[in-house]
Design a protein around this ligand. Structure first.
Ligand SMILES: [Zn+2]
Length: 465
């Protein structure tokens, strides 16, 4: 095989080599960054945080008493880890509790289907709502339907989301959840059920946020698990009218949410800080392990590893955002308070804990060397360098759009939407080795962004000869 490869290389046309010659010269990575990166492959901090938060708190719905307990847990943890300026910044949100939920085909083939309410759904009483199903294979088909076809009925939107590595399908295929309920309500539907926005075949519906806009009256809105949505399709294909009874009980009320903030103070406090974070709240079905205990754990573990090594030039500010799931309210609160202040970079981990495969950045044309240095430091972890013009993150997204610089470490999302927003989002889905690869990538990135770490002055050991 070796010989064949050599022959192939020798036979390669010259332009290949000419192209290679035009690549920028290799970047030398500071050996201290390499050492920090490689040591982080044995990290235990991230697992400890993920395991602790999911075990001692569990679900932590935005604005709920559980989210308040999670904030207290976070403060105690961040303080115990030795961070400075640990604090909670509170804000009010609309919250609620989930009650009895059921979907049942009344006719022609009576049977129960598995359903969960979407966040912000209208509620039913114990009697539920009963109506004929009118089905659409996309939200566009629903939009085009005459009101008369929908009025007084329960809308069903069946819309398939394929799995992919970067999770980009979520934007496009999330439309039935985000817009479907408003469109159905405005056309006079009494309720809506959608095929879950997910990629698994478990009987675990995927909840998620939606809001009624344009003055649409709230109607009950639920997600059927994917096998149950497929069952409903088969029932509908028999050609007889299908009647469903949908019961989505619960309560809506005001509650308190908040961001938890902690810092590793830099040697030069006049320099803009680096924001690293994830979100503390979760949906109420699972224990929010991949979404997003792992995210806050990865960001925090990396900051802790920098702090253990000494004092960075720039301050690292850790933010565990509250109320991400129900509308990015934690990001909005931070942006209102600090968004106008310069930041050296913003980074957010909110896509599970599988292996990071790509780094993008948006640090500006004058900081290309810093961006290349990050790419070079991450390459041995199997991470490719993507764009120098973009970065992303849910809570930090609006601030990145405002022009704040950022770095985006993309995790493999192939199985993310099997679990996302379901009762299956639990600790056992976190792969400890991949979690450590995340921490190593974040630690190396932070070591570069933080501008150099000086060991804290320690009394020098006695000289030995
Ligand atoms: Zn999330």
């Amino acid at each position: 095989m070796k010989h064949c490869l050599a022959a192939l290389l020798l036979a390669a046309p010259t332009p290949l080599f000419a192209q290679a010659a035009e690549l920028p010269p290799p970047v030398a990575v500071d050996p201290r960054v390499v050492a920090l990166r490689d040591a982080a492959l044995d990290d235990d901090y991230a697992w400890e945080i993920t395991e602790g938060l999911t075990t001692e708190i569990g679900q932590r719905l935005a604005g709920s008493p559980a989210e308040a307990r999670a904030r207290a847990w976070a403060v105690a943890k961040l303080f115990a880890l030795g961070f400075s300026n640990v604090r909670i910044e509170s804000f009010p949100v609309q919250t609620g509790t989930r009650g009895t939920e059921s979907a049942e085909v009344v006719a022609p083939f009576p049977q129960a289907l598995v359903v969960n309410a979407l966040g912000g759904s209208g509620l039913t009483g114990p009697e539920g709502v009963t109506g004929e199903i009118v089905a659409f294979d996309s939200v566009d088909a629903l939009r085009l339907a005459p009101d008369s076809a929908v009025r007084g009925k329960i809308v069903f939107v069946d819309h398939h989301m394929p799995a992919n590595q970067d999770g980009s399908g979520y934007g496009q295929f999330g439309a039935p959840r985000r817009q479907g309920p408003t469109i159905a309500s405005k056309k006079g539907a009494i309720a809506i059920v959608i095929r879950s926005i997910g990629t698994d075949h478990n009987r675990t519906p995927h909840t998620g946020v939606m809001t009624f806009s344009d003055g649409a009256k709230p109607i009950p809105a639920g997600a059927l698990s994917i096998p149950d949505a497929e069952q409903l399709v088969r029932i509908l294909k028999r050609g007889k009218p299908v009647t469903m009874r949908l019961r989505l009980e619960g309560t809506h009320k005001m509650g308190t949410s908040g961001n938890v903030i902690a810092e590793v103070p830099g040697r030069d406090l006049s320099l803009p800080p680096i924001l690293v974070g994830g979100h503390l709240d979760s949906w109420d079905l699972g224990t929010g392990a991949i979404d997003d205990a792992a995210g806050v754990a990865i960001a925090t573990a990396a900051a802790k590893r920098i702090m253990d090594a000494g004092r960075p030039l720039r301050t690292i500010r850790i933010v565990w955002f509250g109320s991400e799931e129900i509308g990015l309210f934690g990001g909005e609160d931070y942006r209102a308070k600090y968004g106008k202040q310069p930041h050296h970079a913003m980074l957010e981990s909110d896509f599970g804990a599988d292996k990071i495969y790509k780094v993008d950045s948006k640090l500006g044309a004058t900081r290309r060397d810093e961006a290349r240095m990050i790419g070079a430091a991450l390459a041995p972890l199997g991470i490719v360098t993507g764009s120098f013009e973009e970065a992303d993150g849910s809570d930090i997204g609006p601030m990145l759009e405002d022009g704040q610089p950022g770095v985006g470490l993309s995790q493999d999302g192939t199985r993310y939407f099997d679990l996302h927003h379901t009762s299956n989002d639990t600790l056992d889905k976190i792969d400890a080795a991949q979690l450590r690869q995340n921490v190593a990538a974040w630690t190396a990135t932070l070591a570069i962004l933080s501008g150099g770490i000086e060991p804290e002055a320690k009394p020098s050991p006695p000289k030995r000869r």
